[in-house]
Design a protein around this ligand. Sequence first.
Ligand SMILES: [Zn+2]
Length: 198
Amino acid sequence: MFPKVTLELPAWVSEIMEPGRIYETQKLRMELAIKLASENIRHQTGGPFGAAIFEIETGKLIAPGVNIVVPGKCSVAHAEAVAIMIAEQVIGSFDLGSGTPLELVTSSQPCIQCFGMTHWSGVRRLVIGATGEDVENLTGFDEGPLPQDWKKALANRDPLPPCEVITGVLQHESCLVLQEYKDGGGLIYNAGSTKPAK
Ligand SMILES: [Zn+2]
């Protein structure tokens, strides 16, 4: 018998936020993603990344996500991936693109894997704090070989409906969390070359 795979949000997530709460503005939604990233460092439950899925129109929180790569023993358990997987359970479908339009708000730009997951999830908008360059320069995490025109690819994903990309929302605040992780000597867990940040 091969093992089952189970991914679970750290317990503190449900203690500080509840499903269905309304986050009206883009700033409030990004603040939540950044809070998830910074609390994940504080609780030592994973990497310095947070994300959440909201209804675009109302700002209703559908699903939070934090990076749980190391505790989950799972290289794909990035914050965006976890938020998408939980949102799909909340919605009860693999397809986040057919009902009420949803957005993925992430404290840092998606890596190559999460770019692909964003594409397949069907979310209609991607909102980003820190850039991929910020992530690589401030921490040393590898973002992978993203296509040069990845933003355009999301906007033109015929026959899927387009996914709008918005960058630079609270970028500075997102970078501060990355810096905090590095200053605290957090683990940089790139496959084959994992080491502390300093
Ligand atoms: Zn990722």
